[in-house]
Write a protein that binds this ligand. Structure first.
Ligand code: NAP
Length: 311
C-alpha cells in the first residue's frame, strides 16, 4: 500500500493517456501512468500512421508511441505496469485497487481505450495466437502465401482485408449481412481488389482445429439458406469492432449501452476530478489525433481542478 497521495493517475498508455501525461508532467504534477493490458494502445499494433499531423512521410505507430512516452518521461511522468481492478470514486482522494496494491489520487484520467471484439466461440478463443488474430498488422506476415479469412463489415474489416493482401494469396471477407457499415471508399477498394472475395449473410460456427493447435478451416453457416459447410483457411482475422475498457466503472460512471463512458463539457465524467478521454469515451472519431486532443483537454482540466482545490 502506497501512503503517498498522487496528484493524478492516468489509466492507459495509448496516445490519449500519453498526451495527458506530457501535459500534466509539464505542469509539474508528476503523473503516474498505469500502462494497462495493452501498453501503447492500438497505435502500438499498427504500422505506418500517415494522418498524424507533423510527419509528412508518415511514422510507424510504435515509434510514435515511444516518442510520446519518452517526451512525458523527460518532464517527470512515471510508468507502472498495472491495471485498475476496481476504483472507489465515492470520496476523495480516490482509491484505485491494482490487485496487489492500492493507490490514492486526487484526480483520475481514464484513457483506457478500447479492445478488439471477438466472436466468443470456444474454438476461436482456444486458437488466438495460433491463426486467430484481431491484429492484421501484427500477425499478417505469418500467413504469407496462404489463404485467409477476415470477419466483419465495417472499415476495420476492409482495412484488414486490404492490408492482408500484401501477404495472402486470397482473402475471403465474411460478413453476417448483405449491407456494410464500411465507408463507400473502403468498401469499393476491397470489392475491386482481385484477391479479395466476399461471402455475405454468413457466420462462423466453429474454428478448426483445436486439437492441432492451428487454424485449418471454419464451419460456416448461411443465415438465409441455413446451409452449413466447411471452409478451409489458414487464419481468421477479426475486424468486428471494439469494446471500451471501462468495465471497472460499471455502475459508478455513466456509460452508454455499449459501455463507452459518457462525458459532458468535453471530458468531464459525472464525478468531479475524474476525466475520460480517448477511445474509452469516443465511439465516433476514434483517431489518434482526436484521442491525443481529448487527452490534452483532460490534463488541462486536472491542472485547473487541482489549482482550484489549492494543490
Ligand atoms: P464497426 O463500424 O462497428 O463495424 C463492425 C462490423 O463488425 C459490423 O459490420 C458488424 O456487423 C460486425 N460485427 C460486430 N459484431 C459481430 C459479431 N459478433 N459477429 C459478426 N460480425 C460482427 O467497427 P469498425 O469497423 O471497427 O469501425 C469503427 C469506427 O472506426 C468507424 O467509425 C470506422 O469508420 C472507423 N474506422 C476507420 C478506418 C479508416 O477510415 N481507415 C479504419 C478503421 C475504423 P453488423 O454491420 O451486422 O452490425
Amino acid at each position: 500500500m502506497e501512503n503517498e497521495i498522487r496528484n493524478t493517475v492516468i489509466m492507459g498508455s495509448g496516445c490519449s493517456g500519453l498526451t495527458a501525461a506530457i501535459y500534466t508532467a509539464r505542469a509539474n504534477l508528476k503523473p503516474l501512468v498505469l500502462e494497462g493490458h495493452e501498453p501503447g494502445g492500438q497505435l502500438s499494433m499498427t504500422t505506418l500512421v500517415e494522418n498524424f499531423p507533423g510527419f509528412p512521410e508518415g511514422i510507424q505507430g510504435p515509434e510514435l508511441i515511444d516518442n510520446m512516452r519518452k517526451q512525458a518521461a523527460r518532464f517527470g511522468a512515471e510508468y507502472r505496469t498495472a491495471h485498475v481492478v476496481t476504483a472507489d470514486l465515492s470520496k476523495r482522494p480516490f482509491t484505485l485497487n491494482l490487485g496487489k496494491e492500492e493507490i490514492k489520487t486526487r484526480t483520475l484520467i481514464i484513457a483506457s481505450g478500447a479492445s478488439a471484439r471477438w466472436l466468443g466461440l470456444p474454438s476461436e478463443q482456444a486458437l488466438i495466437g495460433h491463426g486467430v488474430s484481431s491484429c492484421a498488422t501484427c500477425d499478417g506476415f505469418f500467413f504469407s502465401g496462404k489463404e485467409i479469412v477476415v470477419i466483419g463489415g465495417g472499415d476495420s474489416a476492409m482495412e484488414e482485408a486490404l492490408f492482408l493482401t500484401r501477404f495472402a494469396t486470397k482473402v475471403t471477407l465474411i460478413h453476417r449481412r448483405e449491407q456494410f457499415r464500411a465507408s463507400k471508399i473502403m468498401l469499393d477498394r476491397a470489392r475491386q481488389h482481385d484477391r479479395i472475395e466476399f461471402l455475405t449473410d454468413t457466420v462462423v460456427d466453429e474454428v478448426f482445429d483445436v486439437t492441432k493447435k492451428e487454424v485449418t478451416g471454419l464451419k460456416l453457416r448461411n443465415l438465409k439458406t441455413g446451409k452449413v459447410w466447411d471452409f478451409p483457411t489458414s487464419a481468421m482475422f477479426l475486424g468486428i469492432g471494439h469494446i471500451p475498457n471501462a468495465a471497472m466503472f460499471k455502475g459508478v460512471l455513466e456509460a452508454d449501452d455499449d459501455g463507452y463512458l459518457k462525458t459532458r463539457d468535453y471530458v468531464h465524467t459525472g464525478v468531479p476530478g475524474v476525466y475520460a478521454c480517448g477511445d474509452v469515451a469516443d465511439r465516433r472519431y476514434r483517431q489518434a489525433i482526436t484521442a491525443s486532443g481529448t487527452g490534452c483537454m483532460a490534463a488541462i482540466e486536472v491542472e485547473r481542478f487541482l489549482e482550484d482545490e489549492g494543490h
